[in-house]
Design a protein around this ligand. Structure first.
Ligand code: SAH
Length: 339
């Protein structure tokens, strides 16, 4: 049976029309679920019993559960148990300007980036839209606070779970749904080119971030096997085309790996690739893990890299760090109870 949190408002409207009801009932249901936060269909008092019974027969309102929660100052990491017993994680970060959450998009990940802890567990399955929506609902209930922004940067490659991710975005962005503005939603991808083109065609004003991490195909293919299929030249072309269609600035993520991709020469090559484009580079100090041999670049090297990009006219920032003590930082999520 389908979970009700899988449905966009449009789909719920279509459902109501298909059972001979008026489509505005979808708005009423959305208001119960996402505004009043009432999940017992029997309590939907403006919907008559006969329709409530039909809804109950057609949909579940089952929730994923918090299995564990770790708190480190401004970062909270949640381990969720899904209804079939799989696990994923999500991370909440408290900023001065609001609360953001980093959600997972898959159980495991098939992209195999060499430096990433999450990819050590191969993809088990896609998350359905409701399992991502519920990460937010459950966290908001737990914190008793509203989440202001969402980054799709947890476990999984979101564009490898495209349809569910787009549904998820539509649901949380809906004016009668969670009302999270598209400009407060960021999707990060390792660069699945055909899906970047599909995304460009959608009328969604979300932010796109590309995990780039190396300025040459030789190095990028070593670090990110996906580059053997979607290499740098066509990826840059896809980013250019995306910029042209959407006019929305793209983020280029670049993880700083000691003695691997952090030389001045790498910075110069990177600058050359992106010169004149409406992008900014977000340098991510590498978060070390117990299992992988990579080390974080020194502060000094990160500074030189930063300055070199700046001098070449590239906008650049260094990602603020959250949660490395509780293995909640980028690339440290595992989604397992003990690992
Ligand atoms: N699959 C998506 C989203 C998940 S990863 C993607 O590839 O973009 C989110 C970001 O964290 C990516 O840029 C990823 O390359 C980076 N990352 C992975 N492992 C990391 C680590 N150990 N330290 C810092 N960043 C890491």
């Amino acid at each position: 049976m389908n979970n009700i949190f899988n449905l966009t408002k449009k789909e719920l409207e279509t459902y109501f029309l298909s059972i001979g009801e008026k489509s505005f009932k979808a708005t009423q249901v959305y208001e119960w679920l996402y505004q009043k936060r009432v999940y017992d269909i029997d309590e939907f008092s403006n919907i008559k019993k006969e329709i409530r019974d039909k809804l109950k027969a057609d949909f579940t309102t089952n929730f994923i559960k918090i299995e564990n929660k770790q708190v480190d100052n401004l970062t909270h990491k949640y381990l969720f148990k899904l209804i079939d017993g799989e696990y994923v994680e999500a991370v909440v970060m408290m900023h001065d300007y609001g609360i953001s959450v980093c959600v997972s998009s898959e159980v495991g990940c098939n992209m195999g980036c060499k430096f990433c802890e999450s990819g050590r567990l191969k993809k088990v399955r896609n998350l359905q839209a409701y399992e991502i929506v519920e990460q937010i609902l459950v966290i908001e209930k737990d914190l008793e606070k509203k989440i202001n922004s969402v980054v799709i940067m947890g476990i999984g490659e979101p564009l490898d779970n495209y349809d569910n991710i787009i549904k998820f975005i539509e649901i949380i962005n809906d004016a009668k749904g969670l009302q999270i503005g598209a400009r407060h939603i960021t999707l990060s991808t390792c660069g699945l080119i055909p899906k970047i083109y599909e995304l460009a065609k959608l009328p969604l004003q979300i932010n796109l971030a590309i995990s780039f991490h190396a300025p040459t195909d030789e190095l990028r293919s070593k670090l990110m096997p996906v580059n053997k299929v979607y290499s740098i030249t066509p990826l840059i072309k896809a980013i250019k085309d995306y910029l042209q269609v959407t006019s929305r600035r793209v983020t280029i993520e670049y993880v700083m790996l000691n003695n691997i991709n952090d030389s001045k020469e790498c910075a110069l090559k990177l600058a050359k690739l992106f010169k004149g484009m409406n992008i900014y580079v977000n340098l991510i100090p590498y978060n070390e893990t117990n299992h992988l041999e990579f080390k974080r670049s020194s502060k000094n090297k990160i500074e030189i890299f930063y300055d070199t990009l700046k001098k070449e006219g590239i906008n650049v920032t260094v990602r603020k760090e959250f949660g490395s003590k509780i293995d909640a930082a980028c690339g440290q999520l595992r989604g397992r109870k003990n690992a």
